[in-house]
Design a binder for this molecule. Structure first.
Ligand SMILES: Cc1ncc(COP(=O)(O)O)c(C=O)c1O
Length: 358
């Protein structure tokens, strides 16, 4: 089904930022998408309007009980000027899983992706062109009913905003740089039966404390351990984690506590295609430390939409500082980055048919 939306263009377009000094998520485009849901009526009144504040009743459910979810993805401009999204239907399916877990209304993937395409089409002039830059897309749904009882709401808003973003590491032209990671062994991110697999705000608010611990050790991100034994590696900050030990690449299985990343799925598919041994299995942090001591820990890298592939150069675990892969960018991380970045930017063959043109 092809969805049509009303469009109200801004009368006051903003100046576009210089694409060589873009940060992450600080500038927003001229328009946003907004659509309403009401029990009995379904999703309705999808429209594109000038970007601006949303008025909320102080009793709006989202402000009290956090009934909301969000997604994150990017639009890329290829050297020939084509605009493309990377596997947007995977985001749409993940959004459905988040909605289901949060007792929020289901949304047709065609409507979800159709709204994104319609907004990005209007904002195509906002997609930066310098290497390493892109247009970050943030769809989100929240309960805006005014009530203080604890129950699922009857009214929701689905909003999409866009933000031109720069290279994650501030490296001119994009590229990779090894990061330092703090192994969090006190606070946990998610437990079995909880909401770890859903992309919901509460997961991120609960992570801020650990993020502050990491920063105190000079680390950029947190490596989360499981909530029961504080022993098995789960994910790194807002990305999934991969460990290369000997000739095996290991990543945490999708048991309900980690976010099923679109980049994670793509990395696994590429590794399989390349004939690299990839295991989705539980891995103890003690096994990682042992491999580091024995010299078999070749690489650790994170995968996610924001930084794509992010090599880890150092692990801080309790009072131990472990150098990973000699502190330089690993071969596999580099190959994955180059391949994925090439597909997203339209400079490499998209054999898997992962991109969707607008
Ligand atoms: C907690 C968490 N894990 C993993 C990821 C990576 O997911 P994706 O590759 O879909 O960006 C993200 C980012 O969305 C995240 O927030």
């Amino acid at each position: 089904m092809n969805y049509k939306f009303d469009i109200q263009l801004t009368a006051a377009p903003k100046p576009k930022p210089d694409s060589s000094s873009l940060k992450f998520g600080t500038e927003f485009t001229d328009h946003m998408f907004i659509m309403e849901y009401e029990t009995g009526k379904g999703w309705h009144d999808g429209r594109i309007v000038p970007y601006g504040p949303i008025s909320l009743d102080p009793a709006a459910a989202v402000l009290h009980y956090g009934q909301e979810m969000f997604e994150g993805m990017k639009a890329y401009k290829t050297p020939s000027g084509r605009i493309q999204l990377f596997r947007p239907y995977m985001n749409a399916e993940r959004a459905r899983a988040s909605n289901e877990r949060m007792c929020m209304p289901d949304i047709d993937p065609e409507l979800f992706v159709g709204a994104i395409k319609a907004l990005v089409d209007i904002e195509r002039g906002w997609i930066p062109e310098k290497p390493g830059t892109s247009l970050y897309i943030r769809p989100f749904i929240f309960a805006d009913d005014a009530f203080l009882g604890v129950h699922a709401a009857n009214h929701y808003l689905f909003v999409i905003i866009c933000s031109p973003v720069g290279s994650y590491y501030d490296i001119p032209g994009g590229g990779l740089a090894p990061t330092s990671i703090y192994v969090e062994d006190e606070y946990v991110r998610a437990s079995l039966g909880g909401v770890g697999f859903a992309k919901v705000g509460g997961n991120y608010a609960a992570a801020l404390k650990a993020q502050a611990n990491a920063a105190a050790f000079g680390c950029a991100q947190v490596l989360w351990l499981d909530a029961v034994e504080h022993s098995f590696v789960e994910e790194i900050g807002t990305s999934n984690a991969f460990f290369v030990i000997g000739d095996e690449v290991i990543t945490a299985p999708l048991l309900g506590t980690i976010l099923p990343g679109v980049t994670r799925a793509s990395v696994i598919e590429l590794l399989k295609k390349w004939g690299v041994k990839i295991s989705e299995r539980r891995l103890r942090i003690s096994e990682v430390v042992k491999a580091s001591e024995q010299g078999t820990l070749k690489e650790i890298f994170a995968s996610g939409t924001a930084a794509l592939i992010s090599p880890v150069g150092k692990l801080q675990f309790k009072d131990k500082s472990l150098a990973v892969g000699g502190g330089v960018v690993g071969k596999l991380a580099q190959r994955l980055y180059d391949t994925l970045y090439g597909i997203q930017m339209g400079t490499a063959d998209d054999e898997m048919g992962w991109t969707v043109s607008i």
